[in-house]
Each structure stands twice: as C-alpha cells, then as structure tokens.
Design a protein around this ligand. Sequence first.
Ligand code: ACO
Length: 326
Amino acid sequence: MKAVGIIGTGMYVPERILTNHDLEKMVDTNDEWIVTRTGIRERHIAAENQATSDLAHEAAVRALESAKLKPEDVELIIVATITPDMFFPSTACILQDRLGARRAAAFDLSAACSGFIYSLATAVSMLKSGMYRNALVVGAECLSRITDYTDRNTCILFGDGAGAVVLGEVPEGRGFLSFELGADGSGGPLLNIAGGGSRLPASADTVESKAHYIRMAGNEVFKFAVRIMGSAAEEALRKAGIDKKDVDLLVPHQANIRIIQAALGRLELPEEKCMINLDRYGNASAASIPIALAEAVEQGRVREGDCLVLVGFGGGLTWGASVLIW
Ligand code: ACO
C-alpha cells in the first residue's frame, strides 16, 4: 500500500476575541479561576454572518494553496463537525460548492472533538485502498452557537475556528503509520446536546429548557480525558512500532492544559515537545487539532522526518490517536 501523508495545512479563526475578562461580565467567574483550571485566556467567536462552512472555507483555501492543489483536482472532502450549518445538506457539500471542487465526493463526520482524527483515519484508508488520490480533511466548529453563555461550567471553555489538511501520496517511510480509534457510548450522557434531534425535536419547550446547548459533566469528562489521552497515544505508538522517546511533537486536542500535562507525564515528554495554543483559542472541538497542527507548521516547529503524535477525546464518548512521520 502506498504511503499517505499531509501535503498541505491551513487554519482560520474569526476576528472577534472573547477574553476571560469579557466573560467576567457575563457569568460569575474570573480570569484567575479560568487560567488555573483550564489554561485558557481567550477564544475567537464567529461573526453573526459566519457559519461553520465559512470558517471551513477559509481554512480549506489556505490548505489547498499550501498543497499547491486546485479545488477542481480534489477527490474527497470530509468535514468533522458537531456544529454543521444545518442538518442537511452536509457542511462538506456546502464547502464543496463554495470551493468549486466539482469532482469531490463530500460528507460530514460526527465524533465530537475526536472528529478530526476519525476523519483522518477514514480518508487515509480510502487513499491507501486506491479509491482516491487526495483528500481535503477539515475540522470546523462554531461552538459559540451551541454554548449557553449563562452557564459558567461550559461557556468559558469553547471557541470557534477551523483547520484543514490536504492528504496525498508521500515518499515511502513517511506519512501515517498508525491509528487508534475508540468509543464508549455508555458515556454519551456526560457530554451532549439533548434537543433538536429525533429524540427530542425542536419545540418551544426544548428552547425554554435550553436543550439546544451543550451540557457537560465536566469532572467526569476530565477524569476520562486524563486516562484516555495517554493510553490512546501509547497504543498508537505501539502499533507504529515507535518508542515514546522518539516523538518529536505531540499535537493534542486543546481542551484543558491540565489534561495535556497529564498526557505529557504519561508519555514522559517535556512541554517543549507539545503544541499548545489553547490559551488563545480555547476548545474548538474538531477544529482544535488541525488548528494546532497548522500553527505548528507555520511556526517552523515541524521538520521533514519528524515523528508526530496527534491525540484527542470528546463526546460520544470517543477518542483517537495517530502517529505520522512528516
Ligand atoms: N468560574 C468559577 N467557578 C467555577 C466555574 C467558573 N467558570 N465553573 C465551575 N466553577 C466552580 C464549580 O461550580 C465548583 O464549585 P462548587 O465546588 O462550589 O460546586 C468549582 O468551581 C469546582 O468545579 P469542578 O467542576 O470540580 O472544577 P474542575 O477543576 O473539574 O474544572 C472544568 C472544571 C474546567 C470544566 C474541567 O472539569 C474540565 O476541563 N473538564 C473537561 C471538559 C472538556 O474537556 N470537555 C470536552 C468537551 S468538548 C466536546 O466534545 C464538545
């Protein structure tokens, strides 16, 4: 099977910034609590006229430019999101039209914050099988649209943004070496949006009870995340036959600095070997890993031949990790 890797990256965050001090005026919280408990200082929020596909489009254009690929040559588009523009058509189809990627098959993938790694695994498998020669994989979210800004337990965490990668054939010995995906549906109620689906269709009652907003048992999710980030990354490394001391850069889901530090401890990696940008973007769910990766590339932190580990967890519950050689 041919080697498949990342041949282009791009990211986009909306202009508006919501700081911890802004949040102090909205709910009973303070900058010091948010920084010490999460590491987050500010996050970007989509403008009123921006939806998830708009953020995805900006990131996708940049990724295609960096891959030197024209939209009409793209063969597959996957958008990982839990905040699609609408139920259907998929955000991937909206993006396909906007890009003019007429030849591309397009679909969304839903695995919450693990969505980007699930999407990578799907696209890489399709490329390795020979079904397609390239793919555009995007993680894009407007979490501000499903966040209750009267709930201090959740509203301090989330931000909006998009990150994208282009996948294609790379020289032998490079590219994706392994994936580790997992799910535990019994933990679904710990992190969900109960309303608006077929179980609890949108109604005046669901709006009244705020059932269209994210609800989260933060502490339970925290314990799960601390356990799973380290073990998923270790399993992906084992499958790839790579020792943890040979990892050059960890690119984790940007949910909470304490969760990332726990993963670094388990992998025995120093903080210099980890891409951290949650202080500026908060948790952007499926967009957080591709945004962090695109920034790492932009900052020259990724060199040819480097070993990267991507790892994330999220609602579902779900988790995913991948090892690749740049
Ligand atoms: N400001 C001040 N106090 C607060 C705030 C706030 N913003 N939020 C909660 N508190 C209070 C709580 O009410 C609680 O007070 P009490 O003891 O009087 O009840 C106290 O602070 C401690 O609360 P904990 O929940 O124990 O705080 P914890 O240290 O666990 O931190 C946090 C909370 C940051 C939410 C943490 O649990 C966390 O990061 N969990 C993981 C969240 C996550 O990553 N979710 C992924 C979602 S992504 C997706 O799939 C969409």
